[in-house]
Structure formats: C-alpha cells, structure tokens
Design a binder for this molecule. Structure first.
Ligand SMILES: C[S@@+](CC[C@H](N)C(=O)[O-])C[C@H]1O[C@@H](n2cnc3c(N)ncnc32)[C@H](O)[C@@H]1O
Length: 279
C-alpha cells in the first residue's frame, strides 16, 4: 500500500493507493480521507482495516470523517513501461478482434473507440486498418496517458490523440462517428452505463452506422461457459452493479434507441462480438 499524508488548515488528509488481489483478481483502490487532526488521532488509535468482498473498508468510531473513495478494479495485472500500460489480455485478443473488425467496418471513415483501456487495441487497430481514422477515448487518466504513450512509440498517422470520454456524461467530445467500438466495458460498469452508451451511440451514428461490442455475454439468460459463470460471480461480489450482461437485454435496450443487433461472432475465451446497426 502506498500512503501519503498532508494537511490544510486544521484538517489533515491521507491518500492511500492500494493494490491487492481479491479472489485471484488484481485490484487497485485509491482512497482519500480528510478530517481534523484530533479525529485523525482518534481514528488512528481505534481504526482498523479489512478486506471484504474486494472492498477495503475503514472502521473508525470517530465519525464524521470525510471519506471520498475512488475505486478502480483491474481484472489483471498491468505492467508499465515508459508510461505504456500493458494488458496481457488485450495483447492476446487484439488480433482476433481486428480480424472481425476488418470484415464488418466500412472501408473508410471515422471510428470512435470507447473505453480504450491501455491503448494497445487502438494502436493495433490503427496499424491494421489504415483506411480508418481511429479515435481512442477513456475516462481514466492513467489510461489516457498510456494511450498517448503507445501512440508516441507506435506512431500511426490515422490514430487521433486520445480524448476524455465518460459515456455517462450527457456531452461527448465527438459529435459524429461512422462506427463505434467498445471492448470489455459493459460487465465492469453498472447497467445504466450500457444504457447511456446505447443512447450516445444512437445520437452520433449515421443511419446504418455500426456499434461493435466485445466481451463475455449471457445468451438467452444462460452463461456460455462455467468460467464465465465464475467470472460473473466474481464481478458481482466486487460490485453488485457489475456483471456479465445478457445479450437479449442489451439488444432489447438497443431497440429503444433504434439500434438493432445485426450479427454476432463467437470469439476465443468464451467472448462474443455483437455487431449492432443503427436503423
Ligand atoms: C476492463 S477495461 C477494458 C479496457 C480495454 N477496452 C480492453 O479491453 O483492454 C474497462 C474500461 O472501461 C472503462 N470505463 C468504465 N466505465 C466507463 C465509462 N462510464 N465511460 C468510459 N469508459 C469507462 C474503464 O476506464 C476501463 O478502462
């Protein structure tokens, strides 16, 4: 655990960045606690920490401490070099995903990638699809830095500078795109995030524009493998709002935004690519 302490006026703060494993899953949580110096002293005497279900809980009888917690779950260990984060799973799946995207995406145009993560996918896709302008986006600042770092090393003329985009914000920094790609986000976000993604996609896609979603899905209410079932249970234990989505539920929701499921591709490791098309 990395801890930093500081103060302002009568108040002190402590920031913790904590990496740990929960049920075999690599997690990182950042906490910011602020309170008066006397509260801190009492909290220090009486407080204790424990892990429960992937959340780090702070017990102290010294309420009210102000606790602001930003929690970020990573489902794997990311290595870092020159600011470039490296995800082993992105490295493993980028070629299989690119092979499908090459089949379905238009021969020219502007592609918006949502939740680009480390940027490994974006630089790879920009390399193998130089006929498309590739726009990576993220809401996580470490990821945005990583995407820029990958772009600096593997310069691709068609890849744009990454943009901050949180799909739950009503205003997106991109007003139009010929296609949208989103990889491995829906299960690591609340259901409302899927709804806002579909709403935003409907707003910025032209008629016949594509939205490609990659990840694990339940099909007709059932998990497609025992490993996906176990993964779903892990996700829900970490955050009850997370979990592997049912493709029918996503497809029904999409219809409300004039987007129809057009095709699915079975992918390695029990994942799917679901290709949706705006009416
Ligand atoms: C498991 S990672 C997947 C990253 C990358 N697409 C990949 O497959 O390697 C999930 C990503 O979703 C992003 N994310 C979660 N909620 C988001 C939101 N509301 N808007 C945009 N990105 C979001 C996170 O920042 C994280 O980078």
């Amino acid at each position: 655990m990395v801890a930093q302490s500081g103060g302002f006026g009568l108040y002190g703060f402590r920031a913790y960045s904590c990496s740990y494993r929960c049920m075999g899953i690599a997690c990182q949580s950042n906490f910011f606690f602020a309170g008066s110096a006397s509260l801190w002293r009492r909290a220090h005497r009486s407080g204790t920490t424990t892990h429960i279900g992937g959340r780090l809980l702070w017990y102290a009888d010294t309420l009210p401490l102000v606790v602001i917690k930003e929690e970020r779950m990573r489902l794997e260990d990311l290595s870092s070099r020159d600011g470039r984060l490296a995800s082993p799973s992105a490295e493993r799946n980028k070629e299989a995903i690119a092979a499908v995207l090459l089949q379905v995406l238009p021969r020219s145009g502007f592609v918006l990638e949502i939740a680009s993560g480390t940027g490994q996918h974006a630089v790879h896709f920009a390399r193998v699809m130089p006929h498309l302008a590739w726009q990576p986006t993220e809401r996580d600042q470490d990821c945005l830095r990583s995407i820029s770092a990958w772009a600096a090393v593997e310069t691709q003329a068609t890849m744009q500078e990454p943009l901050y985009l949180d799909v739950t914000d009503p205003h997106w920094p991109v007003e139009a795109a010929d296609a949208i790609i989103c990889i491995n986000m829906l299960h690591i976000a609340p259901w409302s995030t899927a709804q806002t993604l579909l709403c935003g996609a409907s707003r910025i896609l032209p008629p016949a524009g594509l939205l490609c979603l990659y990840g694990p899905y339940r099909v007709a209410g059932k998990h497609t493998s025992a490993s996906n079932r176990a993964f779903d249970a892990q996700l829900r234990a970490m955050n009850p709002e997370w979990g592997i989505r049912d493709l029918n539920a996503v497809s029904n929701e999409a219809r409300a935004f004039n987007i129809k499921l057009a095709r699915t591709f079975e992918m390695p490791a029990n994942n799917l690519i679901a290709v949706f098309q705006k009416s």
